[in-house]
Ligand binder design. Sequence first.
Ligand SMILES: O=P(O)(O)OC[C@H]1O[C@](O)(CO)[C@@H](O)[C@@H]1O
Length: 392
Amino acid sequence: MPATPSAPVLLADEPGSFPHSVLAERHPAIIRQVREAFPYGPAQHRALDALLANCTKGVIEPLPTDAPDQDRWTAWGLPEYTGRSWFDVPWLWSESWFYRQLLDAVGYFTPGPWQGIDPFRPFKLAELDGPETDEELAALDDLANKPADERGRALLHGSLWGNRADLGFRLSDASAADAEVAPALVADDSEAFWSLLPPAGAGTLHLIADNAGRELIPDLLLIAHLLDEGHVRRAVLHLKPYPYYVSDATTADFVDALRKLTGASGAAAGYGRTLWSATADGTLTVRAHPFAAAPLPFSEMPDDLRAELATAELTVVKGDLNYRRLVGDRRWPPTTPFQDVTAYFPGPAAALRTLKSDVITGLDADTETALVAAEGQRWRTGGTHALLQVRV
Ligand SMILES: O=P(O)(O)OC[C@H]1O[C@](O)(CO)[C@@H](O)[C@@H]1O
């Protein structure tokens, strides 16, 4: 049990707060953009209208009794939250519920022509095929002749900052992509990261992925490097079982990213070949556990996932949402020890995250003071700061 007393769970009930703006502004914007991106029929438009009204002014409604995921959502708290405003239940819960309901509205789960059609795919593909992705891949050629440890550090950095590539964030804040970043990490345990993964390691790396495209590609490059250089013998990549938080990576996105690498020229293609053969011989496996899209903190992970992560040499936890799930989506005082709030995790874990929500732990007091003096509370949510924290 953590020695630290708990903190209040984040709700979205305070107008002017970041969680409130996500429910009141970001979700309607996402509905609008999805609606414009597809030639949906009248039934889908009506369902999107109903969702828009429900998510902004309505209450959480029960699922139809024949919904295939009824049992799962029942276990995840639906009976407790039914009848309550979306703004009055845990923010982590209402956001997940939004994506589940959005997919339902466009027919993603319903047998028929729209089943399995990812409503975010046009945005994801535009990013994957954009010039920035090609530039990032071309830059790998400059890295190719550097010593392995230098390459490793650059690729770790690339994976960390790749977390800025979050389409949900950019869809609602177009200026976010251009904001200047603060290169110094607000917490930096990268030495601990490398000491957990020394060369000639025999273990397995788990990576809990976040976004597709320009985040997943650097994640894959890091995995390829760790396999190629013998830091780990196997890797397991945890993806989402269905589209989620706009740009979260699914198996289809993994395939697209890997094909992008193998179809590239120069060093990028080499990484692609490493990963392609690693999947073929089982050195790299992918998972899409239902809990990856659960509205709950990782402290409530089911036994099978806990047992699997317990075997990992290290679990890399990518991104803001996974950080919220790792430490609990709570108003922690920023100096709350990261080791305490992650003590429940089944093994060593490394959080690689750019800061895009209020939650933060593990800062030293001077760092917090300096951030507040410079930016008020904006540093928490602007996506311009990053951290690498390791739970040993
Ligand atoms: O893609 P990431 O890094 O998990 O970020 C998810 C984003 O969505 C949010 O959950 C808000 O919707 C924030 O935590 C963050 O801005």
